[in-house]
Design a protein around this ligand. Structure first.
Ligand code: SAH
Ligand code: SF4
Length: 361
């Protein structure tokens, strides 16, 4: 007997092809995504034969939790997951804001889930730990959706608790285009997790034609571009993909991407000591962003054993930020959350590999 199919790989309209009457699909979607049920037999409003049929066809949880690490410094939690074929990868839950009482009402804490899209990555950025292990395989839609579902479930979040999603974990999302787009639609579906695409942000190293294609889907997702350098020579050195799609090609693609009037494209700029932390770069960056509704997120390069670069000083970060702010560009500095558990996006999994001394497959 072959393996069961993964329920989370499917949109309602696909399930409706094989599950009748159609309203059953909505009920099942509700049980799975709003009540976090793992077993069809618990879906009490479905007829027994249907429950049995579903159980023979589908498995609900697509991935398993292997380990959870919690930061002592902030609310960050790192989840190590395992796929059915035995590969491990990670997601990070970032607490963006604590719960507070505002105007007499309790407002819940705000969370962002940093989701992985591939096991490993093909892009090979020189500063990135994920790149070091090479590429293993794409994650399926179910394995992408499952990260959000599992974390919401184990955290006991209410069904309508809105979380933000950033596709900034392991892998290059636009290199797993079809599975990514499907996962976004499944996560957004009203009968399911119902997390609007406006709460979902795709971070890309700059696959220009895929940025354009994504724009044409009209999903309403947010875009984050990993820029990291303002001239092609340096960007090529940091991100080999720049040889195929240089800075101008990426900027042109962004120009064709529909941006919500109230939204901006986020430019991520990884600041590396004595490499790109100078004001000349800041000046060039301002010129480059001219005409694009943009905001800049400066990221401290986070060193790892054997990394070729160093963390910039706080002083140079602030100086860079001040320059952009003075030019009227929104610019934030990304706090390195969960530093004690190396949970910075792009810093995932390797720790597990090192600790256990296993070979990467
Ligand atoms: N592949 C996509 C998304 C995953 S990488 C992309 O490149 O945009 C997500 C983020 O992790 C990127 O912005 C990258 O700059 C960051 N990152 C990778 N290595 C890092 C390091 N050593 N220190 C800090 N951030 C890092
Ligand atoms: Fe891949 Fe992003 Fe890491 Fe580059 S930074 S190797 S694109 S995961």
């Amino acid at each position: 007997m072959g393996e069961k199919r993964l329920f989370m790989d499917y949109l309602p309209e696909e399930l409706e092809q094989e599950i009748t009457p159609r309203f059953r699909v909505k009920q099942i979607y509700n049980w799975v995504y709003k009540k976090y049920k793992e077993k069809f037999e618990e879906m009490s409003n479905l007829p027994k034969p249907l429950r049995e049929e579903l159980d023979q066809k589908f498995q609900i949880p697509p991935i398993e939790i292997v380990r959870v690490e919690k930061s002592q410094l902030d609310g960050t939690e790192k989840y190590l997951f395992k796929t059915r074929d035995g590969h491990t990868f990670e997601s990070v839950l970032l607490k963006m804001k604590d719960a507070e009482i505002k105007e007499g009402k309790v407002k819940g804490a705000k969370y962002t889930v940093c989701v992985s899209t591939q096991i490993g990555c093909k892009i090979g950025c020189k500063f990135c730990l994920t790149a070091k292990g090479g590429f293993v395989r794409n994650l399926s839609p179910a394995e992408i959706v499952g990260q959000v579902w599992t974390i919401k479930k184990v955290k006991g979040f209410e069904e309508n608790k809105a979380v933000n999603i950033v596709y900034m974990g392991m892998g290059e999302p636009l290199d797993n285009y079809d599975n990514l787009v499907k996962a976004i639609k499944i996560i957004a579906h009203q009968d399911g997790l119902a997390i609007s695409p406006r709460r979902q942000t795709i971070s890309t190293s700059g696959i220009a034609p895929k940025i354009e294609k994504l724009g044409k889907e009209g999903l309403g997702v947010n875009l984050a571009i990993s820029l990291h350098a303002v001239d092609d020579k340096l960007r090529e050195e940091l991100i080999p993909l720049n040889k195929a799609y240089n800075i101008q090609a990426v900027i042109d693609a962004i120009g064709k991407f529909p941006i919500d009037r109230r939204k901006k494209v986020m430019f991520e700029y990884l600041v590396i000591k004595d490499v790109n932390d100078d004001l000349k770069s800041a000046k060039k960056l301002v010129k480059l962003l001219n005409g694009i509704p943009s905001k800049v997120n400066l990221i401290y390069f986070n060193p790892y054993p054997g990394s070729p670069y160093q963390r910039p000083t706080e002083e140079s970060m602030k100086r860079f930020q001040r320059y952009l702010l003075d030019k009227g560009i929104i610019c934030t500095i990304r706090e390195s959350k969960g530093l004690d558990i190396s949970a910075a996006c792009g810093q995932l999994k390797e720790k597990e590999v090192e600790e256990r001394g296993e070979n990467r497959s």
